[in-house]
Design a protein around this ligand. Structure first.
Ligand code: HEM
Length: 530
């Protein structure tokens, strides 16, 4: 499977949409139970050999915005519809949990926010959300710039050392972004400097080992790791247990230190501390110091581990795909660089100047549209529910029984030919054009001008057609952190370098686990800008 940005292009014409609508007439006329849902069948082989979400897209175009995917004894309801997504994620959010995803992640994240049961989640979410307050985010901008500077310095030194005549170097930017994102998340969440841009350490290796295992588990069909003794007998499971221990020991030590230096205060006071002089501004510090938020070390460790994993690969992937897209569009890269030159020139980025990098922000957002991380949101119905009728498919909606497993395909929503013009094209400017949709009833229209204060387009102004960070109560807690981080890192890279792909875009193969990444790296040529 090649990952050209145009690989799944479907022309968006009204006739097309009408043809599709008439194909779906059968669904409109049938009843409203899960049994009457269109079924994707005969293509189970599609599950192997190429990422699942590509097949889910083809079936979406064929069967409509809500269909059942059956393979073997298992079945999933696949949702590619903003109205139905809004129902599941926001309106009736508490009728669902994370299902299969929680089963996979629980051994790693314990009772961290992502897999947590509802009772634990309610308590912890209330405590963690205020940690991402505006002063913290502003202070983090300094961390983002410092860490990005380290990466830039490394690239400059490599150029100096290896190839100073041509002022260019080839390197795998995906790996570099991964190191950068790890350093940033370590400092932001628990004030620990992995220093992974410049060195390797047992903890870094253990983090990568754990991520690797999480990915293996999310793509491997049979959960053999739950079998008794598997963790002792299967070598990769033994290694995984060792990796977990290394990270947990490190986190336990950090928690112990934070607790020993505890300075209890009220939430409001913590949010107004003088962040310019604080030595440790991390979330861990905030969570430990918050009055009334006493929590056992185990829960705290689960929270930190969850944010470490949730905030690392996702951000690295956004930077990877934004660079991949820009490298194929030199005119857009130049436009981005012109913005950087005029807003910050040769200076460093500050929280203030960051606000003026409008185009870079849209590049990040457009990369998130084309390559959402993760491409699927996973849910399981805790009780029977009725999904609303979507914009196509059964107008009455569908009754679904308790235990139904659901994939909300963010990838399909983000590339839906029903909502986006040229859905597979990289067009950051699209977010500047107010847009309604005369084709589909219930589509509120996408109009960024309705929310001028919002720095980044989001699921609210797009009414769930664009949900890079999910939506409703389980929406990403780190969304602003991640957006600011990616904007800073991309801007600083483009300030100093022109980026070209080493080979053709077709050679960059896409694989997917929890996030979408390349099969063998994003090999680029970096040239120093004069
Ligand atoms: C949840 C995406 C960065 C922490 C989520 C969800 C999405 C998402 C889509 C919702 C999952 C669902 O509904 O099933 C992203 C993307 C990121 C990013 C695309 C980077 C570009 C971060 C960062 C952090 C973080 C930097 C922490 C510092 C979390 C946590 C949750 C979450 C804790 C679970 C929230 C809950 O269930 O209450 N993220 N995320 N994420 N994210 Fe992020």
């Amino acid at each position: 499977t090649k990952c050209q940005s145009t690989s799944v292009e479907k022309p968006r014409t009204k006739r097309n949409l009408l043809d599709n609508a008439s194909n779906l007439l059968t669904n409109l006329l049938s009843g409203g139970s899960i049994g009457s849902m269109p079924i994707a069948e005969g293509a189970v082989s599609d599950l192997f050999g190429r990422p699942l979400f590509f097949s889910l897209y083809d079936w979406f175009i064929e069967h409509g915005s809500v269909y059942k995917l059956a393979f073997g004894p298992k079945s999933f309801v696949v949702v590619s519809d903003p109205i139905v997504a809004r129902h599941i994620l926001r309106e009736n959010a508490f009728a669902y949990d994370k299902g299969v995803l929680a089963e996979i992640l629980e051994p790693i994240m314990g009772k961290g926010l992502i897999p947590a049961d509802l009772d634990t989640w309610k308590v912890r979410r209330k405590v963690i959300t205020p940690g991402f307050h505006s002063l913290f985010l502003e202070t983090m901008v300094r961390t983002f710039t410092k860490c990005s500077e380290r990466s830039i310095l490394k690239f400059e030194e490599l150029i100096e050392r290896e190839n100073h005549d041509k002022k260019a170097i080839e390197l795998d930017l995906e790996a570099e972004f991964s190191n950068l994102a790890l350093d940033i998340i370590g400092l932001g969440v628990f004030n620990y400097d992995f220093g992974s841009v410049t060195k390797e350490s047992p903890v870094i290796k253990a983090v990568y080992g754990t991520l690797f295992e999480a990915e293996h588990r999310s793509t491997f069909y049979i959960p053999y790791w739950n079998l008794p003794l598997a963790r002792w007998i299967v070598p990769r499971q033994r290694k995984f247990q060792n990796d977990l221990k290394v990270i947990n020991d490190c986190l336990d030590e950090l928690i112990k230190n934070a607790k020993e230096t505890r300075q209890e205060d009220d939430v409001e006071k913590l949010q107004q501390r003088d962040y310019s002089t604080l030595k440790d501004v991390s979330l861990l510090r905030f969570l430990v110091d918050m009055r009334g938020a006493d929590v056992d070390d185990r829960q705290l460790r689960d929270d930190l581990m969850t944010m470490l994993i949730a905030g690392h690969e996702t951000t690295a992937a956004v930077l990877t795909w934004a660079t991949f897209l820009l490298a194929q569009n030199p005119a857009k890269m130049r436009k981005a660089q012109e913005e950087i030159d005029s807003v910050i020139g040769g200076e460093g980025i500050t929280a203030e100047s960051l606000k003026k990098l409008d185009y870079i922000r849209l590049v990040i957002v457009e990369a998130l549209r084309l390559y959402p991380q993760p491409p699927l949101l996973i849910r399981r119905a805790l009780k029977p529910d009725k999904l609303p009728g979507g914009y196509n498919g059964n107008k009455e909606g569908y009754e679904i029984p308790r235990g139904t497993d659901i994939f909300v395909s963010v990838y399909n929503l983000h590339r839906s030919p029903y909502f986006w013009d040229w859905p597979n094209e990289f067009e950051p400017e699209r977010f500047l054009v107010p847009k309604g949709n005369e084709d589909i009833e219930g589509w509120a229209g996408f109009d960024p001008s309705r929310s001028p204060g919002a720095m980044y387009p989001n699921e609210i102004i797009s009414d769930f057609a664009f949900l890079p960070f999910g939506g409703g109560p389980r929406k990403c807690v780190g969304d602003q952190f991640a957006l600011l981080e990616s904007t800073v890192a991309l801007a600083m890279l483009l300030q100093k370098f022109d980026v070209e792909l080493r080979g053709s875009p077709d050679e960059v193969e896409l694989v997917t686990g929890a996030t979408m990444h390349t099969k063998s790296g994003l090999w680029c040529r970096l040239k120093k800008r004069s």
